[in-house]
Design a binder for this molecule. Structure first.
Ligand code: RTP
Ligand code: MG
Length: 154
């Protein structure tokens, strides 16, 4: 990992998997020049869902959120690049897919607030990226590599 790079946790949610949009999501992050350093197709269990969304425990939408995220397989990923956490959030768009701007993943392809295709670590929550990466991946599952290209790949 080069010194200016950051890693962030990303997930294609169950709706993205069901709709065949894993490739599209990966494509958009690749297209931006970010680098995938980890990825696994998996089923999230109740316990992992509670841990991952712990910040929302007790909120009225929490149980529905857990039910959704455990409803089918997801594709969990780690992406690397300069300012990667914030860059991914920009590509994702707003939480409510009905309000998200066209051009963003949620704005172009997402259905609504609950079905918004993609998760990315919150760049406003200090350390959330590292915490989430640790929750989903062992170090041995992450690959240290660099695009053998010029500076525009960040
Ligand atoms: P995520 O964590 O899934 O990447 O989404 P986010 O940061 O954009 O949004 P966040 O506030 O962390 O909320 C997590 C997920 O909970 C659902 N949600 N429902 N008022 C509601 O009913 C409500 N608010 C949030 C969304 O599906 C959101 O992705
Ligand atoms: Mg969030």
């Amino acid at each position: 990992m080069s010194h200016h790079d950051e890693r962030t946790f990303v997930m294609a949610k169950p709706d993205a998997v069901q709709r065949g949009l894993i490739g599209e999501i990966v494509s958009r992050l690749e297209g931006k020049g970010l680098t995938m350093v980890g990825g696994k197709f998996m089923q999230i269990d109740e316990e992992l869902a509670h841990e991952h969304y712990a910040e929302h425990e007790g909120k009225p939408f929490f149980e529905g959120l857990v039910e959704f995220i455990t409803s089918g397989p997801v594709f969990a990923m780690v992406w690397e690049g300069a300012d990667a956490t914030r860059q991914v959030r920009r590509l994702m768009g707003e939480t409510d897919a009905q309000e998200a701007a066209p051009g963003t993943i949620r704005g172009d392809l997402g259905n609504d607030l609950g079905h918004n295709l993609i998760h990315g670590s919150d760049h406003e929550d200090e350390g959330a990226n590292e915490r989430e990466i640790e929750l989903f991946f062992d170090d041995s599952e992450l690959v240290d590599w660099e695009h053998d290209t010029a500076a525009w790949v960040y």
